[in-house]
Structures are given as structure tokens and as C-alpha cells.
Design a protein around this ligand. Structure first.
Ligand SMILES: [Zn+2]
Ligand SMILES: [Zn+2]
Length: 356
């Protein structure tokens, strides 16, 4: 089965071609269909900002590493017991790339994100088919196309980020990083009653995209003084909620200074293993009583992500589409930052949803 994979570990941005990480198409076996499993013919699989980190060996260095955890498709086979959620052959679906086992202690304590068997069904979705446990699979609403449906997983991350902000209607909110997670978080927090909603982003196109989707202010952290702008926007009080969706070591520390007293700062991205941020405990935790938190994966967020998916404007996140065979080029385009999101068309499936 043709599957997109990391075939050589290294940064996809390395100017030295001989050291650069490599993405290619390899042949991987199709897993057996267990009694509770669902086989999905994949329609679209989106490239995630975390995929280049996998190429750098963040989660291991044994190649090939199959990629793809943001996908949509159509069910083509069901195990004999995989009917408990009413799934049928032909259903248009998306899902959670992680299967939470339900049996380990963290699962029993309501903390599925720490499931000790989380990798068992984590399979590559940039492939012709994917075989998941039925608990991972969600039927898409009729009004969501397959092309939009592959964004269920990143939407679940935005929902989880919103959960962790513990936002109240009227809170002042700043989001740092206008990539897909930042843009989706912006739309979700807007729905939630965010005010003074500000996108901090150095790339002009991404700032403009944020303005088209509900941002009231944008800050260019390179050309402008972020602190001065934030003070002007918030009357010198700072933001009640600050979300980092940039993962940029250069950006993260300044976010503590634009946070209001008592604010929550959610570091909602992936960060380099060896990066440590200095933290003045007296200033930020004693005097300002900040709450600092992060997001690993998004348990309990998928059913709600499915509810908000039809309400989001996903057009600009679904415009760039490449065929599976052109995956190498698709990753090069992703790395170039020319499009906010790049999708792979893994099979040519008639999309019966509404026009995208
Ligand atoms: Zn992702
Ligand atoms: Zn578990």
C-alpha cells in the first residue's frame, strides 16, 4: 500500500541537500481488519506543522516513518463487531489518529491524553487506506465535504486549546502564530466570546487571513513593538488569555509580558526538545499569578470539534491540494509557507458534501 513516509531523518529546511530530511512514498503493509476495526479509503490527508518535526526525529529515528494524522475518507469495510456507533460501509468519516484504550489507569481516571497504549492504532493516514478501531472514527456531518473533513483533527486541537484557556465570555485574547492551529483557535475563541482578539504573526498574508476571520487587531512582532501594541489594545492591562500556536522559541517568552494579572497562557504547540524558557517566578507566578499550561493531544474534544466544523470557515485552509504521488512536492510547498495548509488527495473519491 502506497504510504507517504519520512525516508531520511533531517530538517526539511536544511539548505544542505545531503543532510536534508526526505519525504517519499514507500510500500507499507495494510493492517489486518480486526473484529472492531474500520477500514477507510482515504480521500484527503493534510500536512500538519508537526510533520516536519517527525522528519527531524522528534518521536524516533527509525525510517521509514509513515505520516498523516489529519484525514477524511469513506468506509470500505467493517469488522464483524464494528457496528456499535452505527457506522456503515460508504459513510464519509474522519477521526482521531489515536486510540485511547479505555483500560489503563489514565484512561480510567478520565485523562485519556496520557493513555499508556496510545500508539497501538497510530497508523499513517497519508496512504491509500487506513485501518482504525471503531472508537477512533466519526461520521462527518452532511454539510462538511471530505476536503474540509480532514481538518477535524486540527479543529479538535483548537477545541482542546479553548478548553485549557478556561475562557469566559468577554475575556481579552491574544493568539501568537497564524498557522492552521492559530487560525482555527481564533475562529473557535471568537465563537466563545473573545474580545480584543489579536493575532500576533510576522507573515502579512496570515495576519490578513486572521482579520478576515474575526481578529480585531493584528501585531507584526518583527516590525512592531509587541508590548506597546498590546498595552494600547488592552488599556495597559494585558490579555486575560494568551495562546501560543507558533512553537517559536523566539516568540514564547514575550507572551508572559502581554498577559494580564491572573491570565492563562496556553503553550499550544510543539517545542524543540532542548529548548528551555527562562521563567522569573517572582514576576510571573508570584506577582501576576499566571496559569501556564500546554496541550499534548485532544481527548474528549472530537465530538465537539465535529459540532463546530460546519460553522468554521475552512476555505482558505483547503485550497492547496496535491496528489499522493506528488507528496514530496507538497511537503516542499508546506515548508515554503506559501499556503496556510496543504492537503494530499490520497484517492479520487466523489465528494457528495456541499461545495467547498
Ligand atoms: Zn496535526
Ligand atoms: Zn489507555
Amino acid at each position: 500500500m502506497r504510504t507517504v513516509a519520512v525516508t531520511r531523518i533531517g530538517s526539511l529546511r536544511d539548505p544542505d541537500e545531503s543532510a536534508r530530511g526526505r519525504i517519499g512514498i514507500v510500500d507499507m503493509p495494510q493492517p489486518d481488519l480486526g473484529p472492531e476495526d474500520v477500514r477507510i479509503r482515504v480521500a484527503y490527508s493534510a500536512i500538519c506543522g508537526s510533520d516536519p518535526h517527525l522528519a527531524e526525529g522528534f518521536f524516533g529515528t527509525d525510517v521509514p516513518i509513515g505520516l498523516g494524522h489529519e484525514l477524511s475518507g469513506v468506509i470500505e469495510a467493517l469488522g464483524e463487531r464494528a457496528h456499535r456507533n452505527g457506522l456503515r460501509v460508504g459513510d464519509r468519516v474522519s477521526g482521531n489518529f489515536l486510540r485511547f484504550c479505555g483500560t489503563c489507569r489514565p484512561c480510567q481516571e478520565g485523562r485519556q491524553q496520557f493513555c499508556e497504549n496510545i500508539q497501538d492504532y497510530n497508523r499513517p493516514g497519508m496512504a491509500e487506506t487506513i485501518t482504525w478501531h471503531e472508537s477512533q472514527v466519526y461520521r462527518l456531518p452532511d454539510e462538511v465535504t471530505l476536503r474540509q473533513g480532514c481538518l477535524l483533527e486540527p479543529t479538535s486541537v483548537a477545541v482542546r486549546i479553548a478548553d485549557k484557556t478556561r475562557i469566559r465570555v468577554g475575556d481579552r485574547v491574544a493568539i501568537c502564530g497564524g498557522g492552521p492551529i492559530g487560525q482555527l483557535t481564533l475562529q473557535v475563541l471568537k465563537m466563545y466570546g473573545a474580545t480584543s482578539l489579536t493575532m500576533i504573526e510576522p507573515i502579512a498574508e496570515r495576519r490578513e487571513m486572521a482579520l478576515r476571520h474575526g481578529a480585531q487587531h493584528v501585531i507584526d512582532p518583527v516590525a512592531e513593538d509587541q508590548q506597546v501594541r498590546a498595552d494600547a489594545i488592552t488599556d495597559g492591562r494585558g490579555y486575560d488569555i494568551v495562546v501560543d500556536a507558533s512553537g517559536s522559541p523566539r516568540a514564547v517568552q514575550g507572551l508572559l509580558d502581554i498577559a494580564a494579572k491572573g491570565a492563562t497562557v496556553v503553550y499550544g504547540a510543539m517545542y524543540p526538545h532542548d529548548f528551555a524558557m527562562p521563567l522569573n517566578l517572582s514576576d510571573y507566578l508570584y506577582l501576576k499569578e499566571l496559569t501556564l499550561t500546554g496541550v499534548f493531544v485532544s481527548p474528549y474534544a472530537f465530538p465537539r470539534a465535529l459540532q463546530v466544523l460546519p460553522l468554521l470557515d475552512l476555505r482558505e485552509l483547503t485550497e492547496a491540494v496535491f496528489d499522493l504521488d506528488d507528496a514530496t512536492e507538497a511537503f516542499a510547498v508546506h515548508v515554503s509557507g506559501r499556503h496556510p495548509k496543504v492537503l494530499l488527495r490520497c484517492n479520487d473519491i466523489d465528494d457528495l458534501g456541499s461545495a467547498s
